[in-house]
Design a binder for this molecule. Sequence first.
Ligand code: SR1
Ligand code: MG
Length: 393
Amino acid sequence: MSLLKNQTYQPLTEASALALAKSLNILPENAELTCTEIGDGNLNLVFHIIDNKQRKGLIIKQALPYAKVVGESWPLTVKRAKIEADALKVFGHITPDFVPEVYYTDDVLAITVMEDLSHLSIARTGFINGETYPLISKHLGEFLAKTLFYTSDYAIGPSLKKEQVQRFINPELCKITEDLIFTDPFFDAETNDFEESLRPAVEKLWQDQDLKFHVTVLKKSFLSEAEVLLHGDLHTGSIFACESQTKVIDPEFAFYGPAGFDIGQVFANLAFQLIANQEKETLIIQHIETFWNIFKEQYTRLWKTENKEEFAGTNTFLNFILSKYFEDAVGFAGCELIRRTIGLAHVADLDQIPNQQSRLTAKQKSLELGKVLIKKRTEINTLEKLVEAVRNN
Ligand code: SR1
Ligand code: MG
């Protein structure tokens, strides 16, 4: 049992995180533990505890009562820690290979103690440094086929599903996404962040009424369609990987929403790699194709063998669902491309392009592809057409 149990909330320090780790008895009694704060995300503290003798460790993640990316002027409750731990447990139950194991949680301190994944790297950083991650797209296709099927009405039935919808009500973090992905980038909002040379392209985007209409339709879907338990922030910074393993982390944005949202985040975050570096075209197109093909194959298998819905047993309805998820995903991918280019919380794939002109060109391409995917999502209704759109940009 934790030494810190039942205390009031306080941010951990390296010393108190170490004391907590020792008290949990997860690592051997004679371990020589050291602790380092390694959090580089936008919201939380992350402590890496390592046993120097056996090189085994664990991670303690703690939610801060504000958004770290902005500072204490942006308060947030720490309830998201429970949402994240609960989502990790649900996903871990469905597909243990692709998520870290949760060892311990404390809702008051807003902490989750989990498996150490330091033998893997953050996929975004790895891709930028030239890693190819041959299995990442297969693993992500499998992960989403299982999580998006097994959390839906079709697998768990409408009563249990409604209980899960209630358990994962997550208004604060949904509001962040509603503002930062679907609203702020499309007008002159204070949260936006872009270099001045991009202003003409950005102002053109702000004046595009047709684009704003389509974004509002996608926002409506995000606000109101409780289809499945989403990860909610499935970009390549939320994925640890190596040649053979893939682990999805950080589901603090989890809630019941439209399935296409997670799929679209994967499409967009793979596309950033191609936009940043045309030499990676073959690799990234292969990843996009594998990801969707595996998703479709595995989802279809689950649908045909485990579907509980009385009238869903037809290919016509399965095809309707897959087409809907694909169309939504294309639109949501467009929103993610635009938001990570000119809104709050950019991606290093684009920001770290050293040459100013190449960086500007890449960002313009990202905005253009984003617009096309949002406005033409009903026409881009096959994998081939999506690949063509991504390639032609
Ligand atoms: C204020 S949080 C900014 C962003 O960081 C997270 O990773 C989400 O993508 C969020 O939109
Ligand atoms: Mg995150």
